[in-house]
Design a protein around this ligand. Sequence first.
Ligand code: C5P
Length: 237
Amino acid sequence: MKPTERIIFPLDVSSKEEALKFTTLLKDSVGVFKIGLELFVKEGPSVVEAVRKAAPNAKIFLDMKFHDIPETVRRAMRSAASLGVDFITVHTDEGGELLKAAVEEAGTVKVLGVTVLTSQSAESLKSIGFIDELTDPSKLVLHRARLAKNSGCAGIVCSGLEVKNVKDSLGDELLAITPGIRLKDLDVKSDDQKRIVSPFEAVRDGADYIVVGRPIRNAADPKVAAKIVAEDIEKAL
Ligand code: C5P
C-alpha cells in the first residue's frame, strides 16, 4: 500500500455538502473516507453513495460502532452491509456472540472490532468500574483484539501505543486501524484523544491504516496537511 492509501480521513461534519467538499479536496491525498455517526445520522445512506461518486477510487469505512444485543447487531449489520462499503466497526466489549453475529451478516465487508477508545485512559477506565488489572489499556486491548480475531473479525481498532503488542501477539493478518494520531507540525488544540502517537510511530509499529481527522481538517490547507502525514508514514515503510 502507498502511504496515502493508509490514511483514513473521518468525514466528521454534519452535512453532505461539507462532506463532499472534503471528499473532493482530499480524494487523491487519502485512501479511505470514514463516515461516522454525526454524518450518517443526519444524512442517511445516500451520503455513502454521494461519497463513492465523488471519490470512486477510495475505500469507504462506515464507522457505526455497533453495540447492542447480538440479534439487533446482526440485523443492523445486514442493513449496513447492503450499502456496499469496505469496513464497518462493532464494539468488542459485549463479547464473541455479538461479534460472530456481525461477521456472519457482513458478506464482503470487513468487520473491525473497536477495542478501547483512544479517548480512554487508565483513570477513565477505573471510573467506569474496571478492576485495577484491567485499567491498563494495553491488557484490555489485547484481550479484546484476541476476542475479535477468534470471532472472525478482519481487524481491530486500537491506539498506536498497543498496536505492536497486538501484531506481535496475534499476527500480521489481523488488520490494525489506529486513530489518535498527532504530529508536532499539525497541532490540535483542546483535544480529547489521550493515547496518541505520530503517523511514523503507528505505521512503524504495525498499523495498516491510520485515522487522521482534526490534524487534517483544521489545517489551513488540508491537502498540505495530508501530504505531511503521508511523508511521515513513508519514513516508516
Ligand atoms: O484525528 P481525530 O482525533 O480528529 O480523529 C477522530 C476520529 O477518530 C473520529 O471520527 C473518531 O470516531 C475516530 N476514532 C477514535 N478512536 C477510536 C475509534 C475511532 O478517535 N478508538
